[in-house]
Design a protein around this ligand. Structure first.
Ligand SMILES: Cc1cc2nc3c(=O)[nH]c(=O)nc-3n(C[C@H](O)[C@H](O)[C@H](O)COP(=O)(O)OP(=O)(O)OC[C@H]3O[C@@H](n4cnc5c(N)ncnc54)[C@H](O)[C@@H]3O)c2cc1C
Length: 391
């Protein structure tokens, strides 16, 4: 039974929304989570990789939602040079996101949050600048539901932020257009993920092969929306598959956007907070956004519960959310953004030269840190470009 009002309404049942709902409910708030799709976790619009740190304090790694570990990384330069790196300090995981998202939903529900799917939020209830609830379309009815705090976790195409009057627009260059397929009938090393660079492969982005087993992988491409020149992400991916996996079968396909932007200046207002892709929390360099959505969801959920307990949730009360997010993650996001601006503008020639130097490092000595240090030492052009980004 849906009530007429709640302490907290969360819009969107992705990782950001589910964790927001979980921690708000755990803190004692009455919580309603509304998801427009029929099922939490479906469709999967993700390559499903996450670093070990992303789960810390949230879920213990569990074979139920983890397909397998990732312990090596391969970069492929435009000329085909391969640089393999063994991950020794932190492993990664390939998730089964369908099950993972459901697991987060289950945690939210167990903490006391009410979850309703097939519930499309079509607008906000406002009183001057304060948000007072949401308008919802169910399959057979429409309803206004009031809330003291609304958490917008409605993903990259978020409308909640704009409805609330927050500046949440992306410049085309800060949005990666992605296309991904699940490929079967291939042979891959399931513990190795591969990233392909080059202006022909993926202008302003990269292509990825993230195995989900020895004979199946998420294979996708992200290209900068500003650099698409008659060839969209799907066409780039078709060419990539033709070249690298000509005999594969396509088992599923999905398209979607990934933010690669600087953090938004303000992700709260009176009675409103934004979380995850809705708040540009994904890494501007890699586009990975699951861990950040989870971290933001936890922070927003905890702050919401505290404000409800303290009896005040105005613009000033919730400003702690923007401040704490920026203090903890803002500098890193801005650094990654500057790095993205440099790396994706490098010519293929500069990439190839850097790769030629890097392959000369013995495999057992390769680490991300060593690779960066060697690249900088041996390639003054990259050094110059990176220096410009940092100073
Ligand atoms: C092709 C692709 C590959 C990716 N690969 C990776 C990867 O390997 N690793 C990684 O970390 N990240 C990856 N990402 C990014 C990652 O998927 C997102 O950063 C992450 O899902 C963000 O979580 P979120 O909860 O903020 O938003 P989402 O997961 O997008 O969830 C938003 C939810 O809100 C719902 N919703 C939207 N509007 C409404 C509405 N009006 N009413 C009700 N519900 C609504 C949506 O249906 C959705 O369920 C990838 C993205 C793409 C597109």
């Amino acid at each position: 039974m849906i009530r007429d009002s709640y302490d907290v309404i969360v819009v969107g049942g992705g990782p950001g929304g589910a964790v927001s709902a979980w921690f708000a409910a755990r803190g004692g708030a009455s919580v309603l989570l509304l998801e427009k799709d029929r099922d939490i976790g479906i469709p999967v619009r993700c390559a499903e990789a996450i670093g070990q740190g992303g789960l810390q304090g949230i879920l213990e790694p569990d074979p139920h939602f983890i397909a397998h570990e990732i312990n090596s990384l391969r970069f492929i330069a435009p000329d085909g040079t391969r640089i393999d790196i063994q991950q020794t300090d932190e492993v990664g995981y390939m998730l089964n996101r369908r099950i993972f998202d459901q697991e987060l939903g289950r945690k939210a529900a167990s903490a006391g949050a009410q979850i309703i799917t097939h519930a499309y939020v079509s607008g906000l209830i406002k009183n001057s600048d304060s948000i007072r609830g949401v308008k919802v379309r169910f399959p057979a009815a429409e309803k206004e539901i009031r809330a003291k705090i609304v958490i917008g976790a409605d993903g990259v195409e978020s409308r909640v932020g704009r409805w609330a009057g927050l500046r949440t627009f992306y410049a085309p260059k800060d949005l990666e257009s992605c296309y991904q397929v699940v490929l079967g009938g291939i042979t891959v090393d399931k513990n190795l993920i591969s990233l392909y660079f080059g202006n022909e492969v993926a202008p302003g982005g990269y292509a990825w092969v993230f195995p989900k087993g020895d004979d199946i992988a998420n294979v996708g491409i992200g290209v900068s929306a500003a650099m698409i020149d008659g060839i969209n992400a799907k066409k780039h991916l078709d060419q990539f598959i033709e070249r690298h996996f000509p005999k594969a079968s396509i088992l599923a396909c999905v398209s979607g956007g990934v933010p690669s932007a600087k953090p938004f200046k303000k992700i709260h207002g009176s009675g409103i907070m934004l979380v995850g892709d809705a708040a540009a929390h994904a890494s501007p360099l890699t586009g990975g956004g699951i861990s950040n959505a989870i971290a933001a969801g936890r922070l927003a959920g905890e702050i919401a519960a505290k404000c409800i307990a303290d009896g005040s949730w105005n613009e000033k009360d919730l400003s702690v959310y923007t401040r704490m997010w920026d203090k903890r993650w803002g500098d890193n996001q801005r650094r990654l953004y500057r790095l993205k601006e440099t790396v994706f503008k490098l010519s293929d020639d500069v990439f190839n030269k850097a790769a030629a130097v890097l392959v000369s490092i013995p495999t057992e000595e390769r680490s991300i840190k060593k690779i960066i240090a060697t690249t900088l030492k041996n390639n003054p052009k990259i050094l110059l470009e990176l220096a410009r980004t940092f100073f």
